[in-house]
Ligand binder design. Sequence first.
Ligand SMILES: [Zn+2]
Length: 149
Amino acid sequence: MEEIQCWHCGDLFPKSPRHKEQYYCMKPTCRMARKAAWKRKKMKEDPEYRLNQKLSNKKWAEANPGYWKEYRRRNPEKAERNRILQRIRNRRRPRRSQIDARGDPPLIAKVDASISGKIKVVGEFYMVPVIAKVDALKVYIYEIPTPYQ
Ligand SMILES: [Zn+2]
């Protein structure tokens, strides 16, 4: 029997003759990954599904007040990760109506104050791993004063 490689775990599994579109093995984590991928695709492509999810999430949040505040308190590393990813989303999705005089989009997350003095911060960046589940790395880019160039 022909075997194919699971898109999530990478293990080989027997290809089902009845499910030609099967790309994930039957392990619970891989089934969850398949469902999450399906949902991401659906959220991206189906405006009606997206609206229903938004309304459903809002209804749930109203029925469970304080849940997300408590979640962030219990999981500070996840709250920090979300702040970082929100900054990236802010930069990727400028809204034309809200772009300020400098041409920068408004930011939802607060940014850190820059360091004053002779060495000027050119930018603050996060190196966010795409595949591996590793924390993002904060990187500062400094302008090198002329004598050192
Ligand atoms: Zn798998």
